[in-house]
Write a protein that binds this ligand. Structure first.
Ligand SMILES: [Zn+2]
Length: 380
């Protein structure tokens, strides 16, 4: 079944799943029956549900923007009747970045709640509401006030529910990141998967038992997603065992500072190490080379354009560590040395190649699913 694309935000497709068609049917049923003015009631319901899913989409966009900020690719966002999923590329990032990506979703809902709060309080003052129960009463009202209270409650629910430590939900990712700093990523993931699945099973059982089917489905989804992410982390630990030296490309031994820029263009513009007597003395970045082209390159040498900061990795470093280093330094390539001598260059493209090489095809399209359950949002 194909999803329909609603639109794109910063290049990220926001899709609706075909099953989303059930939502308006549900609104028709839930808001239409037994109402004095069914047409107005259904229109109200459609607007309300539209706004609720707007908040779910904002939540997923929060994850997505933060992922883009850390250079992690975002596949797409899909809205489902039970919530939303942002598919974000499964790459090992630092625990701190992972926490930021995970909490960026609930942070969006917090921002919405904070923005609604003064309006809500003002509404309360005008209506003379002075207890929590007074506000709860409005949850079921078909009125602008009812919509306000409902949206506020929905955003609070999105924050609280998603911060449950049920990996791979947001709270579970934060939990895993915390464990990672203590016991390493692979064991942290195993621990988080166990705890997450226990919570998810409890949610699913409680959901189906209490008739909250959305909760039951979210629980089942979390159980399956946790399993898949556990597998993906085993691939990651394989990368820790591979030596980067095996994958470095010689690339003609790099380029020398006195070489003319025209020489650097032979074989196409690319990130290339600058070496002198076999020692790395800097990098000639593709972007800077292309930029220099605009200013005319005749008579200019590599030394005029090169980046003189020297960052290298050792042949015996693991592919994983080098990739982490590249992430941290925001570099696309790192020259590899052995005993101080240049041995080749390791690039982001090379990393993708290695990653594909060791990842079984079933896991290759593995993405981290940032799931948002919006259960109960429809319970009236
Ligand atoms: Zn989330």
């Amino acid at each position: 079944m194909r999803s329909y694309t609603l639109g794109r935000v910063r290049g990220i497709a926001v899709n609706v799943h075909p099953t989303f068609g059930l939502v308006p049917l549900w609104v028709l049923f839930e808001f239409g029956r037994g109402e004095a003015n069914p047409v107005a009631s259904v229109l109200f319901g459609l607007l309300l549900v539209g706004l609720v899913f707007g908040c779910v989409a904002l939540h997923e966009l929060g994850h997505s923007f933060m992922a883009l900020h850390y250079g992690v690719r975002v596949h797409d966002i899909t809205l489902l009747p039970i919530g939303g999923v942002a598919r974000i590329e499964q790459v090992p990032v630092r625990p701190a970045s992972e926490v930021m990506i995970a909490i960026a979703g609930p942070a969006m809902n917090l921002a919405v709640a904070v923005a609604l709060l003064p309006i809500l309080l003002l509404f309360g003052v005008f209506r003379g509401l002075d207890s929590f129960a007074d506000y709860v009463f409005y949850l079921e009202q078909i009125s602008p006030g009812g919509m306000l209270v409902y949206l506020f409650a929905t955003n609070i629910m999105l924050i609280v529910f998603n911060l449950l430590p049920a990996f791979p939900m947001d709270g579970g990712r934060v939990f895993r990141a915390g464990l990672t700093t203590l016991v390493g990523r692979e064991r942290a993931t195993r621990g988080a998967v166990l705890v997450g699945q226990a919570i998810a099973v409890a949610l699913a059982v409680f959901g189906f038992w209490s008739g909250e089917f959305a909760l039951g489905l979210v629980g089942l989804f979390v159980v399956v997603a946790a399993q898949a992410e556990g597998r993906a982390v085993r691939v990651e630990s394989a990368m820790r065992r591979l030596r980067v030296g095996q994958f470095a490309i010689w690339d003609m031994g790099g380029i020398q500072p006195h070489h003319p820029l025209t020489y650097a263009l032979r074989g196409g513009p690319r990130d290339v190490a600058v070496t002198e007597d076999g020692h790395v003395v800097g990098m000639l970045w593709r972007n800077q080379l292309l930029h220099a082209l605009n200013g005319g390159i005749t008579g200019r040498t590599v030394a005029d354009v090169m980046d003189r900061s020297v960052v290298t990795a050792d042949v015996d470093d693991s592919v994983y560590d080098v990739q982490q280093q590249m992430n941290r330094l925001d570099r696309w390539a790192i020259p590899i040395t052995e005993g101080g001598q240049y041995r080749g260059i390791f690039t982001a493209d090379r990393f993708v190649h290695v990653y594909h090489h060791i990842t079984p095809p079933v896991l290759r399209t593995r993405v981290a699913a940032y799931v948002t359950g919006c259960l109960g949002a429809f319970a009236r």
